[in-house]
Design a protein around this ligand. Sequence first.
Ligand code: ADE
Length: 225
Amino acid sequence: MRIDIITVLPELLKSPFEASILKRAIEKGLVEVHLHNLRDYTEDNYKQVDDYQFGGGAGMVLMIEPIDKCITALKKERTYDEVIYLTPDGETLNQKTANSLSLRKNLIILCGHYKGVDQRVRDTLVTREISIGDYVLSGGELGAAVLCDSIIRLLPGVLNDETSALTDTFQDNLLAPPVYTRPRDYKGLKVPEVLLGGNFPEIEKWREEEALKRTQELRPDLLEK
Ligand code: ADE
């Protein structure tokens, strides 16, 4: 998989890909992530990427020209499955979306900033609009990092234990069951006996029951879906 991220703040997007699972996925060649500074697609001395909005009002708007230039240059090199725009008014990201995007080959992610992008970008260049939740961030960069993480960890070979993404919370509309590690007894707080006995069918049954209990308690809405 290849992900091209278009941003006015590439420095904000460096560190998420330089640690832990995402770093390893890149090193293993399972994903390529390329950051593109929108200012590199301007032609004026000020490298201007934004301007005041027509009709007046506070806040700057990212201009269509550098975005179009960048996307056009990328599309000359390869075909893209989606051009995703990160915006608070997009469809809310969930596990199903992450699953389906993890099956794509080439993605462009466009990060908004200030008041957003010129509407003509959304109308003609973007194929999908995604929000990471009902709150407003200063820009799309942190949302892009969240989206990339949710996708990349699902790529085959990224997680050490291939099955571990399959047992994630949300993967089957259930929250994940509780997990424990050593010690068996910490100041009288004990690990449930069933997990210590090695009876795997019984452990599996316990986990299913706990997952259901936890979902009923914390996220009953998931069970209604
Ligand atoms: N940009 C600003 N807020 C955002 C959000 N909630 N999700 C995605 N991109 C955003």
